[in-house]
Design a protein around this ligand. Structure first.
Ligand SMILES: [Cu+2]
Length: 146
């Protein structure tokens, strides 16, 4: 009888360990699905590249707050505005990603501005996206036009 009780305790401990584990997975936390990502390499003689992608928040609203890459000195979030008929780029601190809505980063819209880009002949580069909730996600992004 004593033996049986001990067995039950061990089994229970095993179960609660499992529960703690599954509670830690991020399946329930809001996340962002990135698709159609690519990096437009710098023009000849320049070192500024641009990153484009589609972002869709799943499971809740998300806010993109920054990006970094081994292949660039630093990356800013930019948008385009039209000022007196002239297109200008403007830095933004954050990009809201409402749940379920696809937010496109594309030429003449939001984009990642990659300063000091050193892509060489690379066919892809890593880009780490940072979100307001503390998540950071590293992607492998192809270099070149889609
Ligand atoms: Cu820009």
């Amino acid at each position: 009888m004593k033996h049986l009780a001990l067995g039950a305790t061990v089994a229970l401990a095993g179960l609660s360990g499992l529960a703690a584990c599954s509670g830690k997975t991020t399946t329930d936390a809001p996340r962002v699905e990135i698709s159609n990502a690519y990096i437009k390499p710098p023009l000849a003689g320049r070192d500024v590249a641009a990153g484009y992608f589609d972002a869709q928040a799943i499971g809740g609203d998300m806010v993109l707050t920054g990006a970094s890459s081994d292949a660039a000195a630093h990356i800013e979030l930019h948008t385009h505005t039209v000022d007196g008929g002239v297109m200008r780029m403007r830095r933004v601190e954050r990009v809201e990603l409402p749940e379920g809505k696809t937010v496109r980063f594309e030429p003449a819209g939001y984009h990642l501005m990659m300063f000091g880009a050193e892509l060489g002949g690379a066919t892809d580069a890593n880009v780490t996206l940072s979100y307001a909730d503390g998540q950071t996600v590293t992607l492998t992004v192809p270099v070149g036009e889609p």
